[in-house]
Design a protein around this ligand. Structure first.
Ligand code: ADP
Length: 264
């Protein structure tokens, strides 16, 4: 049978008041999901209405990081997203049977994204964050086509090798004409536990290098929005399902994440 006409994506309407921020990275393991959940939590704590789509098909670690164990429920033909720390959350992981690996092909992924955008009951959101898979995959193109007004945040580590791949992920935005809000450098340093020194575990300069390179490609200034230190409390917060900005709001890592969130 025919599926009928496509539903409109509310966030893509010209009069939409929801800001869509897609978080991208060149490769996995740079802390993209950790940064995304903490920005979401900081924004929700500041009173904004926040939604989060975990579109990272390989990682989909967002539910665990937010302590979400509930599954979405169906009310009539809408999907009700679970809520954690005042954030409405939907993840590709919520739609798999058990822990079986799923091979997501481009069209399936696009379909899933479209469903998340049209069939999930988001209500009035101020911000919708999207945790993208690492790299320059199909989903980035899908997002650009489905929500042309979506803005991009790029997460990288300070390593110059990582910076190069992050830059490639970001430069997709030049082709899709999406706005890059800025770059966040994660794991920027490890505070020495015995002195005031910062240990450059993953090198230095990657965040600024990505920001400069993207700025040259795009023809406007792409700012380095912040530098998030390595902190065990951030990792522990993710493992325990309570983002560090909520579990340890006074830690320097939380202050930096809140500052970045407030400046977005
Ligand atoms: P990605 O989404 O880029 O694959 P994750 O957010 O899953 O990366 O982070 C990878 C691992 O590194 C996780 O175990 C996370 O807790 C840890 N991690 C990320 N950022 C930091 C940080 N600033 N300090 C300490 N651990 C971090």
């Amino acid at each position: 049978g025919s599926r009928g006409p496509e539903k409109e994506i509310p966030f893509a309407k010209p009069n939409s008041t929801t800001r869509v921020l897609a978080v991208a990275s060149g490769k996995g393991g740079v802390g993209k999901s950790s940064i995304t959940v903490n920005l979401a939590a900081a924004m929700a704590a500041s009173g904004l209405k926040v939604g989060l789509i975990d579109a990272d098909i390989y990682g989909h670690s967002v539910p665990r990081m937010l302590g979400v164990t509930d599954r979405p429920t169906k009310v009539e033909d809408m999907i009700m997203p679970p809520v954690a720390h005042d954030i409405k959350v939907i993840s590709v992981g919520m739609f798999k049977a058990g822990n079986s690996p799923v091979i997501w092909r481009g069209p399936m992924l696009d379909r899933a994204l479209y469903q998340f955008l049209t069939d999930v009951y988001w209500g009035d959101l101020d911000v919708l964050l999207l945790d993208l898979p690492p790299g320059t995959g199909d989903i980035a193109i899908s997002v650009a086509q489905r929500i042309p007004t979506a803005e991009i945040l790029v997460v990288t580590t300070p390593q110059l090798a990582a910076a190069e791949v992050a830059e490639r992920a970001g430069s997709i935005a030049a082709q899709t004409h999406q706005h890059i809000v800025g770059v966040i450098e994660n794991m920027a340093w490890l505070p020495c536990p015995h002195c005031d020194e910062r240990i450059a575990v993953f090198g230095e300069g990657g965040g600024q290098a990505v920001a400069d390179a993207l700025g040259r490609t795009l023809g406007y200034e792409v700012p380095l929005l912040g530098q998030v230190p390595i902190d065990m409390r951030l990792r522990a917060g993710g493992d325990e399902g309570k983002p560090v900005v909520l579990s340890d709001p006074d830690a320097p890592v939380s202050a930096e994440l809140r500052r970045i969130a407030a400046g977005l």
